[in-house]
Ligand binder design. Structure first.
Ligand code: TRP
Length: 336
């Protein structure tokens, strides 16, 4: 009984991640590690945002493999599909349906200000599709369907969360209360991991230089090799400082994995060279990721079990999503 009461009092969290077979250490330390720890404190809904993925061109068979592998990786990281709702976005059609209603209540002008659209369309001038433009409305639908109190987002998605809030407030004012206006959630721990080759840039799987990023599923040897090659400086002193972005990035990574503070790390490597430090970071990261990779390899082998889980996840998600969607339909004047 007490358990039940405390469960209903838990705040609701929603987050989604785009499917990529190559989620990086940056995704892990910046976001996914927090998903895992949020499961106890909050009532969580997590999705693989595959609808978002087709705003850029995808090879269908590769996309399918990446959706499976992302779902499997979330399980391998320890997201419990019993405790949380864990689903694949395209399997819950209310996302696209609500997105249409919201699109008709979103102004072209406000969408034109989205910096990610400007960046992405500059990068892919050959495929500036309407979906790329209206992507934040779909993201607003992802969020608003589940009425979360909190949405953990990184800096690059803050503007999109803002617009989701604006859309919710405006809709509620115009038609009556349907949506909860969510807050951004900045987790207590959440490392911003930079490229190992150019620490002024965020670690990204789209980096041309494969030594710049570590995939969660990289082999132990690859992980250690990439850390050995990480760009540093010539001072040979393990110290956290804006003037030492390479070493600071490695300290951030080591701290995030071990839970030690930057000062503790500095003390631990006092008087030691960069070679020792880089090796220690590489080994520590490899040790932390090894069980994830092992679980992943098991999970991805059993497609049937995976299918059962994502179908159940979609059913659970649909329950909440369809309630909110019907409410929105009624409010705008559709016949149910
Ligand atoms: N747009 C997000 C990204 O590219 C992924 C995403 C889709 C998302 N829907 C969401 C994140 C809803 C939070 C909430 O990273």
């Amino acid at each position: 009984m007490c358990q039940q009461i405390s469960d209903t009092q838990k705040k609701k969290v929603l987050s989604c991640i785009q499917p990529s077979g190559m989620l990086t250490l940056g995704n892990y330390l910046g976001a996914l590690k927090n998903w895992v720890s949020m499961q106890d404190e909050f009532d969580c809904t997590f999705a693989v945002a595959d609808l978002h993925a087709i705003t850029v061109r995808q090879e269908p068979s590769e996309l399918r493999a990446r959706i499976y592998s992302t779902y499997a990786l979330l399980l391998a990281l320890g997201i419990d599909p019993e405790k949380n709702i864990l689903f694949i976005q395209s399997q819950v059609p209310e996302h696209t349906a609500l997105s249409w209603i919201l699109s008709c209540n979103t102004q072209f002008g406000e969408m034109s200000r989205m910096t990610q659209f400007k960046d992405k369309s500059a990068k892919h001038p050959e495929n500036i599709n309407v979906g790329l433009f209206s992507y934040p409305v779909l993201m607003a639908a992802d969020i608003l369907l589940y009425k979360p109190d909190l949405v953990p987002v990184g800096a690059d998605q803050k503007q999109h969360l803002e617009i989701a809030r604006d859309i919710a407030i405006r809709f509620n004012n115009k038609y009556g209360e349907v949506f909860t206006v969510p807050e951004a959630y900045i987790p207590k721990t959440g490392a911003r991991v930079m490229s190992l080759q150019d620490p002024s840039k965020k670690m990204s799987k789209s980096d041309d230089n494969p030594n710049a990023w570590v995939a969660i599923l990289d082999s132990r040897d690859d992980i250690i090799r990439k850390f050995k090659r990480a760009v540093t400086d010539s001072e040979a002193c393990v110290r956290f400082s804006p003037e030492k972005p390479g070493i600071s990035n490695l300290i951030t990574i080591y701290s995030a994995v071990t839970g030690k503070s930057a000062e503790q790390v500095e003390r631990e490597f006092d008087g030691k060279g960069y070679g020792d430090f880089k090796l220690a970071v590489g080994e520590t990261v490899a040790d932390a990721l090894a069980p994830v990779k092992q679980r992943y390899d098991e999970i991805i082998k059993d497609k049937k079990a995976l299918e059962t889980l994502y179908r159940e996840g979609a059913q659970k998600a649909s329950k909440t999503a369809s309630k909110t969607y019907f409410k929105a339909m009624k409010k705008v004047g559709f016949v149910i």
